[in-house]
Design a protein around this ligand. Structure first.
Ligand code: NAP
Ligand code: HSE
Length: 428
């Protein structure tokens, strides 16, 4: 019989238990597809006594994930603990150093330490696979590294944090504000242990940095991702966007420009009738553009036990079949240092602010915008009961730098009673 592929699973939470269940449920099918049995030999988590809803009695228990990574009866470390430092990083480094391949769902670790880990893996002839780390069940890394390998990728865009998309779409559906929906996400178990990773755009920024590296052959550079969260988006923004034919999404965009690599994960207005605009709830979507393929759209569940475990199994099956690929799709030594684009491509912007309703207020604001070189395309002031008048502007194409300059100047203008919200209007 062909030698089994022996797994050591570190982390038995949502994803880890999902992986155990699939391996038990589909053992015969996995063996038929890969040509060898896939077996779990050892497991690790913090609490050995926890009932995880599935029998784990057949597997050796290790309290320390690094000890699991060192075991002689493990071929592949499946790291599903999370965290970009500490046990996850230590266990992966140990696994590579002791001759194991690695499968993980840990996007934070790959975005921050991916280059060093890729170099270590390649020196030692090992592979690191992480399909589950980006957009959960969507096989986006396989699409980029395999199906689209013949293309020069020109742009990668996507909605890659289900929690943020849930909050934004529920804001529109129910009229509830950010705080109420944030609390609802906590009750539903949608939030990361540190919720700022979700709502601050950091988790999605990790995913974008990984995709940009694979798409453009560059070293992962999470520190260069321009990040902005969704905390200041209100139902007023959602409704104003809808009135103009747009929806607000936490959108990631990565593209090469003449001035360097642009990577941003920020709330944007996108056309309501575009595939990205129609995305509901916790679903993810990644749009990839290449010189030959033109555009493809991948859509699916970005999180949860089944979808994430599905992606982990895809990686495990590749290793079982002997399919070996460099970490970011090409040798780590060939990944380029990409300078971060100093200024992103110009775009129209949406600006919402509240002004004291008194003579000359609007003139002061438009003067600031004019001084910053910003031309106004449309403007609206609705009737209001409060002393502060809600005002919306849509600008002609301008740079983020001009918008930031205007926002800084507007802070000094006495008639602006609520700090403006500025959102890019994206062409998708
Ligand atoms: P989780 O439910 O919180 O589970 C984490 C597991 O790791 C738990 O079993 C925990 O043990 C174990 N663990 C934590 N620290 C440990 C340590 N120091 N030593 C040993 N075990 C430790 O997390 P998850 O949602 O499954 O996520 C796992 C990974 O997948 C993360 O990198 C996450 O970003 C990624 N991911 C998750 C999803 C998703 O939908 N959940 C989607 C994509 C990617 P105890 O159970 O004993 O506490
Ligand atoms: N917190 C993440 C999300 C989980 O909401 O999309 C999947 O990475």
């Amino acid at each position: 019989m062909t030698e089994p592929l022996r797994l050591g699973i570190a982390g038995l939470g949502t994803v880890g238990i999902g992986v155990v269940k699939i391996i038990r449920r589909h053992a015969a099918q996995l063996e038929a597809r890969t040509g060898r049995p896939i077996v779990i030999t050892a497991i690790s988590a913090r609490d050995a006594s926890k009932d995880r809803g599935v029998s784990l009695a057949d597997y050796a228990w290790e309290t320390d994930p690094v000890a699991l990574a060192k075991r002689d009866d493990v071929d592949v470390l499946v790291e599903l603990m999370g965290g970009h430092e500490g046990p996850a990083k230590d266990a992966i480094e140990t696994a590579l150093a002791t001759g194991k391949d690695v499968v993980t769902a840990n996007k934070a670790l790959l975005a921050i330490h991916g280059q060093a880990l890729a170099e270590q893996a390649e020196e030692l002839g090992r592979v690191i696979r992480f399909e589950a780390g980006v957009a959960g069940g969507i096989p986006v890394i396989k699409s980029l590294t395999e199906g689209l390998a013949g293309n020069e990728i020109t742009r990668v865009m996507g909605v890659m944090n289900g929690t943020c998309n849930y909050i934004l779409t529920q804001m529109e559906a129910t009229g509830q504000g950010y705080n109420a929906l944030f609390e609802e996400c906590g009750r539903l178990g949608y939030l990361e242990a540190d919720p700022n990773l979700d709502v601050g755009g950091i988790d999605a920024g990790h995913k974008l940095a990984i995709l940009a590296s694979i798409a453009f052959g560059t070293k992962p550079a999470f520190e260069d991702v321009q990040l902005e969260g969704i905390q200041r988006i209100s139902p007023e923004d959602i409704n104003a966007a809808a009135d103009m034919g747009y929806r607000i999404k936490l959108l990631g965009v990565a593209q090469r420009t003449g001035r360097g690599l642009e990577q941003r994960m920020t709330p944007c207005l996108v056309p309501a009738n575009s595939p990205l605009g129609q995305l509901e709830g916790g679903t993810n979507m990644v749009v990839i553009e290449g010189d030959a393929v033109e555009q493809i759209v991948l859509r699916g569940p970005g999180a949860g036990e089944g979808p994430t475990a599905s992606a982990v199994l895809g990686d495990i099956c590749d290793i079982a079949r002997g399919f070996r690929l460099p970490t970011f799709g090409q040798a780590a030594s060939t990944l380029q240092d990409a300078p971060a684009a100093q200024a992103e491509l110009p775009a129209p912007f949406y600006l919402r602010m509240a002004l004291q309703d008194k003579p000359g207020a609007l003139a002061k604001v438009t003067a600031v915008m004019g001084d910053c070189g910003i031309s106004i395309d449309r403007m609206r002031q609705n009737g209001h009961a409060d002393a502060a008048a809600p005002v919306l502007f849509v600008t002609h194409k301008t740079s983020r730098a001009s918008i930031d300059q205007a926002l800084a100047e507007l802070e000094k203008v006495d008639v602006v009673s609520i700090a403006p919200v500025a959102l890019r209007i994206e062409t998708v």
